[in-house]
Design a protein around this ligand. Structure first.
Ligand SMILES: *Cc1c(COP(=O)(O)O)cnc(C)c1O
Length: 447
């Protein structure tokens, strides 16, 4: 019955115990302080100032009650690939099998990706662009994550800062720290449908600001920015002279009333680094294929040397698997429209269930019905609950008592909010939300 259990994402055992048992064997002479070691922790990696999504997820999984015979309901992270309804397209599976069996792609790939795959990504993105990308604008990466890593490595320099959304996607905070970029947060405003606080952007930016990040469709809020709003974002960034990093991990996964417009459309206004992948739209996050694209019709990134340093950074990191790269043209060009429309219907249905059910629970409110991506932010009112002080405690007790995993907002920069991932089998989502409701009723303060 435990079909909803995670596949690869199991909490590694003995994470903490190995550390402490290792410490027992420390040679006392080594602790004397007589020797000065030449290494130290890299700046930005010290301590646990930014908890990662995975770190918190593992902690919640450790809290699960093993005695509970009910299935665990995973509403904490966006990977629906385990669910039968979200199986990837047959075309995509066949493309990978074919390229593997051809025996032509057991080799290393060029640093920036196979030419045919780069061309296919350029053509795929060109469908909705008012200008044309060339294959030279495309760099293949190990998922959208490596595109984030590369973009921030390229932009990081001493003294530089970057503007990140709050709530956001903590991988940016981690990569920014790692690359010595100072982080400045701008708010997404729940009362305005999670619009960017544009006044804050102008107040936060200075001569050392290099970029701002726009995630659209939004993770964690499930919002979709309107054309007019993105136009204002582009104009603001142009005035400030900063790059826009357009995270399109959820490209085209929009199902609400706001028409989806990709940030990359505004390339003629401001230079844009587009980050994307097949992980979410094709539901194959384990295949590790994504791209970093310079949307730079005015040649600003090229002339400033950014384009060249992307290649240099990629030369010192590993490449996505060659045979999956080789399958990209077939996947992007020949996946049938009905695969996408089926997923959009599923996600729309799930978003509706989530919005309706959440609003039946008094201590949780959803300010905006999700219109895209796979997750939504909802506000928790802990003052209505007995013995639950905040979002973290809520999530830990929920895991323990109801075997439901959701993410505390504090990990994403918003304390006392919760992120619910609704991209699961609808019946599973109903069950999860019913358990959350029962949990809240059980813990409600008596008046
Ligand atoms: C999932 C996700 C990514 C990472 O995508 P991969 O292709 O799996 O590396 C990047 N950004 C956002 C906003 C995401 O939700």
């Amino acid at each position: 019955m435990k079909i909803w259990l995670f596949g690869a994402l199991k909490a590694p055992k003995h994470r903490f115990s190995t550390l402490s048992s290792a410490a027992k064997h420390v040679d006392s002479k080594m602790e004397s302080g007589s020797k000065k070691w030449g290494f130290q922790v890299k700046q930005g990696m010290k301590g646990a100032s930014t908890p990662t999504v995975r770190g918190v997820l593992y902690m919640l999984m450790d809290s699960l009650n093993k005695e509970d015979n009910r299935a665990v309901i995973p509403l904490a992270h966006g990977d629906p690939s385990h669910f039968p309804s979200f199986r990837t397209a047959a075309v995509a599976e066949d493309a990978v099998i074919h390229s593997l069996r051809s025996a032509k792609y057991n080799c290393y790939a060029p640093t920036i990706g196979l030419p045919a795959a780069r061309r296919a990504v350029a053509e795929y993105l060109n469908h909705d662009l008012p200008y044309k990308l060339s294959p030279d604008d495309v760099y293949l990466t190990s998922g959208c994550h490596q595109a984030i890593e590369t973009a921030l490595a390229v932009l990081g320099r001493p003294g530089a800062n970057i503007l990140l959304p709050r709530p956001g996607y903590p991988y940016y905070e981690a990569c920014a720290s790692y690359n010595g970029l100072e982080i400045r947060h701008f708010d997404l405003l729940p009362d305005k449908g999670w619009a960017v606080d544009l006044n804050a952007i102008e107040a936060l930016a200075d001569d050392n600001t290099v970029a701002m990040v726009i995630i659209n469709p939004g993770n964690p809020c499930g919002n979709v920015f309107s054309y007019e709003h993105l136009k204002k974002v582009a104009e603001t960034a142009r005035e400030l002279g900063i790059v826009v990093i357009g995270d399109e991990a959820y490209d085209k996964l929009a199902f609400g009333s706001t028409p989806y417009v990709p940030m990359r459309v505004f390339g003629p206004t401001v230079p844009i680094l587009t980050l994307g992948s097949i992980s979410k739209r094709w539901i194959v996050p384990g295949w590790r294929i994504g791209w970093l694209v310079t949307n730079d019709p005015n040649g600003i990134l090229r002339n400033s040397g950014i384009t060249e340093s992307i290649t240099k950074i990629l030369e010192i990191s590993s490449d996505p698997t060659t045979f999956v790269q080789a399958a990209i043209p077939e996947i992007l060009e020949n996946t049938k429209e009905d695969f996408f429309s089926k997923n959009i219907c599923l996600l729309r249905e799930a978003a509706d269930i989530c919005y309706t059910r959440v609003n039946e629970i008094p201590c949780i409110t959803c300010p905006k019905k999700p219109e895209g991506s796979m997750a939504v932010m909802v506000k928790l009112n802990p003052s209505m609950l007995e013995n639950i002080d905040d979002d973290m405690e809520f999530c830990v007790k929920l895991a323990k008592e109801e075997s439901v995993l959701i993410l505390p907002g504090v990990v994403l920069g918003l304390k006392n909010w919760l992120r619910i991932t609704f991209a699961v089998e609808p019946s599973c989502l109903e069950e999860g939300l019913a358990r959350i409701k029962a949990f809240c009723q059980r813990h409600a303060k008596k008046h």
